[in-house]
Ligand binder design. Sequence first.
Ligand SMILES: Cc1cc2nc3c(=O)[nH]c(=O)nc-3n(C[C@H](O)[C@H](O)[C@H](O)COP(=O)(O)OP(=O)(O)OC[C@H]3O[C@@H](n4cnc5c(N)ncnc54)[C@H](O)[C@@H]3O)c2cc1C
Length: 165
Amino acid sequence: MRCPLLIHICSAGVLGLSTALVLSKHKHLNVTVVAKHMPGDYDIEYASPWAGANYFPVGKPGSNLQRFEKATWAELDRICREVPEAGIHYQVTRTFGRTKDAGTATGQWFEELTKEDAWFKDVVPNVRREHIIHVLIFVIARLYSLTCIFSYHYLHHKLIQQALD
Ligand SMILES: Cc1cc2nc3c(=O)[nH]c(=O)nc-3n(C[C@H](O)[C@H](O)[C@H](O)COP(=O)(O)OP(=O)(O)OC[C@H]3O[C@@H](n4cnc5c(N)ncnc54)[C@H](O)[C@@H]3O)c2cc1C
């Protein structure tokens, strides 16, 4: 018999619990969540119970971040469709990129979101690129359907609670 692989996740926020949820589906993994704060706690160091979280794919093509973002979308999409009451919803999103920000730290961070040939156009639905003259500033905008996580609701939903049992 195969010994289970022991995994310890040191976080009980949106990221840690979503990771636990996905890994707990693998029978050969034994997942334990270890954290200073758990759902039900309130602390300035614990963002998820009182903050929102959006899915924004900013990873550069070929990077680990891009691979993680691609895999993450599949699970968020599944929850949106199959468990709509879990607190994750599709959200029509429009990102504006000012041409004068190209090359700056923020511009580089958000570059993928406004690129002509963004990798996620074949992953997330309804991706469209627009050129807009907005209050005399030329901006490149991208419209798409992403997801918005109502973190408080999500942390307390049975989907997550089952992963913690
Ligand atoms: C006011 C506000 C508004 C926001 N708005 C948005 C938004 O509109 N869109 C968006 O995408 N994002 C937004 N964010 C950011 C987003 O909410 C956070 O990035 C996200 O909730 C972080 O989740 P997390 O799981 O990484 O961390 P957290 O929810 O902070 O969880 C951290 C976990 O790690 C544990 N931990 C930390 N250190 C230790 C340790 N040393 N030992 C043991 N356990 C430890 C904690 O106890 C906790 O369980 C916002 C954040 C804030 C504060």
